[in-house]
Design a protein. Structure first.
Length: 149
């Protein structure tokens, strides 16, 4: 009996790890498109406000507009509906640069957000995500560029 239980535990552990479940926390994935094109190098903020306070998650899209949010150390993401803010800051020539340089350009009023400002503000964004925790793929965020309807 003892050997059977130990074998079951080992088998469960192997299946758990093989399915890609995170050993250290939740994993949320998704993608962003603007006007039907993947939005590379965009910054995403997920924010949930309730009686317990404010929960904030931040991530960035890759070259294909995909993003991943992970939580290290076994920390769980609080389930609930989060507002989603999206920005993409570029230099005066329209190029994405390192965060330190963009911060300096923002301070000087020289950086440009190529995503319409309504998506970047928690008070005006209409984008939301229902986070359940664990391993979850969110539906794609489809946003419209300036002047698009």
């Amino acid at each position: 009996m003892r050997r059977g239980l130990a074998g079951s535990v080992v088998a469960f552990t192997l299946v758990f790890l093989a399915t890609g479940c995170p050993a250290g926390g939740d994993v949320i994935t998704g993608k962003v498109q603007m006007d039907g094109t993947p939005l590379a190098d965009a910054e995403l903020g997920f924010e949930k406000r309730d009686a317990g306070g404010v929960d904030r998650l931040d991530t960035k899209t890759d070259a294909e507009g995909k993003f991943t949010i992970t939580t290290p150390g076994g920390r769980a993401i609080k389930p609930g509906t989060y507002k989603v803010m999206i920005t993409k800051w570029v230099d005066p020539k329209g190029k994405v640069t390192d965060p330190g340089e963009i911060d300096q350009l923002k301070a000087a009023g020289l950086a440009k957000n190529v995503v319409p400002s309504t998506y970047g503000d928690s008070g005006s964004t209409t984008l939301t995500a229902d986070i359940k925790g664990g391993r979850q793929e969110l539906p794609a965020f489809e946003i419209k560029g300036a002047g698009k309807k």
